[in-house]
Design a protein around this ligand. Sequence first.
Ligand SMILES: NC(=O)c1ccc[n+]([C@@H]2O[C@H](COP(=O)([O-])OP(=O)(O)OC[C@H]3O[C@@H](n4cnc5c(N)ncnc54)[C@H](OP(=O)(O)O)[C@@H]3O)[C@@H](O)[C@H]2O)c1
Length: 188
Amino acid sequence: MRTQYYCAMSLDGFIAESDDTLQWLTGYAGSYDGADTVPMKGTYDAFYDGVGALVCGSATYEFVIDEVTEWPYRWKPCWVLTSRDPPRPEGEGVDVRFVQGSVSDLYPEMRAAAGDLNLWVVGGGNVASQFADEGLLDEVIATVVPVVLGAGKPLFDRRLPGGPMRLTGTRAFDSGMVELRYELDRIG
Ligand SMILES: NC(=O)c1ccc[n+]([C@@H]2O[C@H](COP(=O)([O-])OP(=O)(O)OC[C@H]3O[C@@H](n4cnc5c(N)ncnc54)[C@H](OP(=O)(O)O)[C@@H]3O)[C@@H](O)[C@H]2O)c1
């Protein structure tokens, strides 16, 4: 039962280009065959199996609904932080909840909905920073894509409270991406 910020980032710490495009990620085709390599295939599904509920900002949500024909997170509640009323996907199992306000006020309901599984903070960086500021983030799992963008949307949009995170694991994938897993201290 953990609150996890799971995302992909460029080597210089961006999760999207300034115009929100992700071609650097979706179009990436690298490889790595070192002795410590781990197959990338199946790693997202293994992570997603452990997710009981999701939360994201409205820009991330709108990016997803623009890109896909079918809502990818059916049967799992997804909180979308927004002050607006964006379009809602249709279909069986779609559970999208538009909310606004402080993440610490909203957190108990998200946590309860996740049950014994994890809460996935999908992003973006500002939403992840809101959770970190309130001491609600347990883990950052960032998969580094070996591209340098020079500018874009940052992994976090401000300095994090507390000391350094603790490294708890790394995996070098056969794609050439590297997963970094860190634990944070909860505050309060
Ligand atoms: N590489 C990855 O793994 C990854 C992961 C996630 C996202 N992304 C990308 O990152 C980009 C978006 O990131 P972003 O940081 O720009 O935006 P974002 O976090 O997705 O959305 C920010 C917006 O959410 C709303 N919001 C945030 N907190 C709120 C709160 N507490 N209450 C009410 N509304 C709140 C506000 O908009 P309104 O009030 O106007 O709605 C705010 O402008 C997209 O391109 C996305 O695809 C990449």
